[in-house]
Design a protein around this ligand. Structure first.
Ligand SMILES: [Zn+2]
Ligand SMILES: [Zn+2]
Length: 161
């Protein structure tokens, strides 16, 4: 999985991908589960080899809609923009350095470079997909069809967990 794949626009053929932290205590692995068709009832953690049970509902399998969390079974989920943070940061650093470089010689170019960085981040923000996230365990469901029952992040709901 590359950075570019993370922000490729979703197409109808793209199937859901589930990403979550290994629930085993002390294990820091991030597990990616896809595609759903070929997966059984469990997935083995690549780091600690624990078999983690996954509950893939008919809604996920047939309509590509996450209705409850496949990892912890939690029914409360929220939808957020899938902003590629490393890309955003890279743009800020590269353009920030370029801006500093031009600052002494040509302040207009310096400002233009900064404006370009903001424009690029904004464009990426507008183009990227959305990711459904589980409140309880923070498992992320990418390339999924959004459920009408899920809304944006709600702090009050989050604090229950
Ligand atoms: Zn693990
Ligand atoms: Zn969960």
């Amino acid at each position: 999985m590359t950075d570019v794949d993370d922000w490729v626009l979703d197409s109808p053929d793209v199937k859901m991908q589930i990403r979550f932290h290994c629930p085993t205590e002390g294990c820091v692995a991030i597990i990616e589960y896809e595609p759903l068709e070929g997966c059984g009832g469990t997935i083995a953690c690549p780091r600690c080899a624990t078999a983690i049970p996954m509950t893939i509902t008919p809604s996920m399998r047939e309509q590509n809609v996450p209705d409850r969390c496949a990892v912890c079974g939690g029914a409360e989920m929220f939808i957020r923009k899938d902003f590629p943070q490393r890309l955003g940061l890279a743009v800020v650093i590269v353009f920030g350095l370029a801006s500093v470089y031009f600052f002494r010689s040509n302040i207009l170019v310096s400002w233009a470079v900064l404006a370009a960085a903001v424009a690029i981040d904004l464009l990426v923000y507008l183009l990227i997909g959305k990711v459904t996230t589980c409140y309880a365990c923070r498992a992320e469901f990418r390339h999924a069809t959004l459920s009408p029952h899920h809304e944006g992040f709600d702090l009050a709901t989050s604090e229950k967990y």
